[in-house]
Design a protein around this ligand. Structure first.
Ligand SMILES: Nc1ncnc2c1ncn2[C@@H]1O[C@H](COP(=O)(O)OP(=O)(O)O)[C@@H](O)[C@H]1O
Ligand SMILES: [Mg+2]
Length: 257
């Protein structure tokens, strides 16, 4: 049971900016939650607090029933994928995938055979088997983003965090990767928090969405509930502006499945 909870979480940066204000979100065990809202609304700050990359000013963040406010990023059991996926350029894809596992010390260190097994399995899942001995520069953008996904997943994180992971890809690849990300989630059932400013992406990927504006939560519900019963004018404007695109894309994706 890996549930994630934000309880009255506030983030005030040193310059006084309140980036997140009394945020309450529950991500259920195995759920794919999408945090969505316009640029600057506090999505990345929320995710970075959950990852341990940013201090919490007030409130509590819980993973698996434990308050993690004071835990280091490494001790939280989270895997992360960012928009700019910095792969190690001088390492092969195999080495990039296994790096995190090879660096583990003590009781967390897996035997080499298990690391090897996971690299193979991850490469297969992400269609990277043929690329294992190549360097990142020999791969396409989509393949590199898959490596970044694999690198996060290979550690079997309790929670998978993604911050606009597809924004650097072109439209076709983005569609393809969305389907892939959702497929991987359905296969592993890892509790996931996915950040995007893109309403279409949110509606397509999410079990539930959390819509933010100005550092505050506007609605936390199933995507269609937010569309059919928007909590306020902001939500209604934010979702409905793009509804034709959403319906088009959704139809296309669901008929392809
Ligand atoms: N290190 C920082 N110091 C001060 N303000 C910041 C810092 N990082 C982000 N902000 C501000 O916090 C707000 C939320 O930012 P962010 O979480 O990055 O939004 P989003 O990811 O939704 O675009 C914005 O007003 C942004 O300018
Ligand atoms: Mg951001």
């Amino acid at each position: 049971m890996v549930e994630v909870k934000f309880e009255n979480v506030t983030k005030r940066y040193d310059d006084g900016t309140v980036a997140v204000n009394k945020l309450n979100i529950t991500v259920r065990d195995g759920e794919f939650l999408v945090l969505v809202g316009p640029s600057g609304c506090g999505k990345s700050t929320s995710l970075r607090m959950l990852a341990g990359l940013e201090d919490v000013t007030e409130g509590k963040i819980m993973i698996d029933g434990n308050v993690v406010n004071d835990l280091s990023p490494g001790a939280r059991g989270v895997g992360m994928v960012f928009q700019s996926y910095a792969l190690y350029p001088h390492m092969t894809i195999h080495e990039n995938l296994s790096f995190g596992l090879r660096m583990e010390k003590g009781e967390n260190r897996l035997p080499n055979e298990e690391i090897e097994r996971r690299v193979k399995e991850t490469a297969e899942l992400l269609s990277l088997t043929e690329q294992l001995e190549k360097k990142p520069k020999e791969l396409s953008g989509g393949q590199r983003q898959r490596v970044a996904l694999g690198r996060a997943g290979i550690r079997r994180p309790k929670v998978l965090l993604m911050d606009e992971p597809l924004s650097n890809l072109d439209a076709e690849l983005r569609n393809q990767m969305r389907t892939e990300i959702r497929r991987l989630h359905d296969q592993f059932g890892t509790t996931t928090v996915y950040v995007t400013h893109d309403q279409i992406e949110a509606m397509i990927l999410a079990d539930r969405i959390a819509i933010m504006d100005g550092g505050e939560l506007q609605q936390h519900s199933a995507p269609l509930t937010a569309y059919n019963e928007p909590a306020n004018d902001f939500v209604s404007g934010f979702l409905c502006k793009h509804i034709d695109e959403i319906v088009d894309t959704a139809n296309r994706i669901f008929t392809e499945r």
